[in-house]
Design a protein around this ligand. Sequence first.
Ligand SMILES: Cc1cc2nc3c(=O)[nH]c(=O)nc-3n(C[C@H](O)[C@H](O)[C@H](O)COP(=O)(O)OP(=O)(O)OC[C@H]3O[C@@H](n4cnc5c(N)ncnc54)[C@H](O)[C@@H]3O)c2cc1C
Length: 202
Amino acid sequence: MKEFTYLTPATVDEAVSLYGRHSETAKYMAGGTDVIVKLKDGWMEPDYLISLKKIPELSDLHKNEATGDLTIGATVTHAVLEKSIMIQKEYPIIYDAVSNIGSLQVRNVGTIGGNLINAVPSADGAIPMIALDGIALIQGPAGERSVAVKDLFIEPYKTVLKPGEILKKSPSRPRRPAPAVPISNSAAGPPWNCPSSASGYS
Ligand SMILES: Cc1cc2nc3c(=O)[nH]c(=O)nc-3n(C[C@H](O)[C@H](O)[C@H](O)COP(=O)(O)OP(=O)(O)OC[C@H]3O[C@@H](n4cnc5c(N)ncnc54)[C@H](O)[C@@H]3O)c2cc1C
């Protein structure tokens, strides 16, 4: 593995500024479950690795009781979501998705933000965020912007994030009861009937 300098900014502003200083030679890392594999295999060779794990703002997880909005910070791990009583009780769609990711070790460090930005077609964390009308709040050299999580992905391994941009958090609207649709009436067949080749983790 090529040597690199490990940077640990304490704020999003600082992280974006560090990226600006080192630009193409820098890479963001959250839990590192994808990044470390790529570093070891030589698919990625940054001179600077900018860790997002020490930025308190990114690890926020809360529900606004007044509006019902749920906010999940980008560095919230799958394990934190899985163990949250609020998630278990009120957002079983998130619990079901993240509790099945990889192994306990992967869930302990892997983050929801890394899962989204890695943009693997089989990303388990993306499904509930899209279903809950999640919004991706982004900050980069040009300031802040937001896009719907469903519009985050361009193609496998590619998102709309521009160089230096950081996914900060993903607020979701309150759950709405879905209208019951009998499966036998659906011409397209069940939505989970996708080809197994679409999965990267089978
Ligand atoms: C053994 C193993 C099993 C796995 N099983 C599954 C599985 O079952 N289901 C599944 O969905 N995934 C699985 N994964 C993939 C991976 O664990 C998840 O995608 C994880 O959520 C990635 O999060 P991370 O924090 O480790 O990302 P990192 O490796 O830190 O980063 C991934 C990418 O996102 C970028 N990034 C991270 N955070 C941000 C941010 N906030 N803003 C901007 N860019 C950012 C990084 O630069 C990098 O390009 C598995 C991985 C391994 C190694």
